[in-house]
Design a protein around this ligand. Sequence first.
Ligand code: UDP
Ligand code: MG
Length: 320
Amino acid sequence: MVSVVVPIFNEAEGLNVFHNQIVEILKNLENYTYELIYCDDGSTDNTFETISTWHKNNTKIKYLQLSRNFGKENALSAGIAASRGDAVIMLDGDGQHPVNLIPNFIRSWEDGAKVVVGIRVGNEGEGLFKQIGSKLFYSIFNSLTKQKLIPGSTDYRLIDKVVRNEFLKLTESDRITRGLIDWLGFKRAYIHFHASARVNGTASYGKNKLFKLAANSFVSLTPTPLYLFGYLGVIITGISFILGITVFIEQILLNDPWNWNFTGSAMLGILILFLVGIILSSQGILSLYISHIQSQTRGRPLYIIDHDSSLGIEAKDSDS
Ligand code: UDP
Ligand code: MG
């Protein structure tokens, strides 16, 4: 069986089209039955009524209704936790993730990939702001971290149930699903697709929300921004120290042979710069402690096992 998880928030308008398309695809899968799990993230329109009607007519259509809007990432996690399939496919319910690629995802999985990632190439109907923003995000992020994100990689993904079980062990909040899945590793494959414009309505990820998501990714996946201030502090301390020594020797010890004419307040300026540098560097040291605490509290497992020869089979999976 394959599970399909769709987080959904106020999509009543376009959901019908999406639903008919996806059921058509899932019905015709050759070797698998399916379950389609809608995770209603506290919708305020009649999204939920629509979904529960579908469920009444077809028990393969399942739903979760969250008590309020928890955001897409959390809704997705809820859906993944509820899934029972041998593979779990996650995609958006706004029509931007083409459902006709589902068989391709499954084929890559059958060929041995444990994680299949949808890569978006181009995005019709997306503003310049979002495009530049995402370029900027990836280049900054990748230059700061060891964990590389592939530009255009989306949440349109398939994960094997082994990956799903490992994913569910991660308990951290403020999660970025794709960041966590990337962190888990496992053999992966990529599927490229053109994102179509939303069927209806506007993306509920507005500019503010996207900015928040980007900030969140930085904070939850890398402590590097903290270190940068520390480096800055070290540089400032170094420069002002050298400057201070030079001025001290030239003005006070040698009595200004080169006529620099440093005033008292200029020297005070150098002294203040030096102290600011020290404060910044000590913040950098503080950040080392914070990132240590951060990695402890996230409580991520120390490693993830894919194969284990002593079990003679692929990594144990706790379901079967
Ligand atoms: N979504 C959700 N909770 C939210 C916002 C969005 O479950 O708080 C769902 C939404 O219904 C859609 C998917 O997440 O199925 C992606 O949302 P959206 O299209 O707004 O985001 P974007 O395409 O900009 O990533
Ligand atoms: Mg969308």
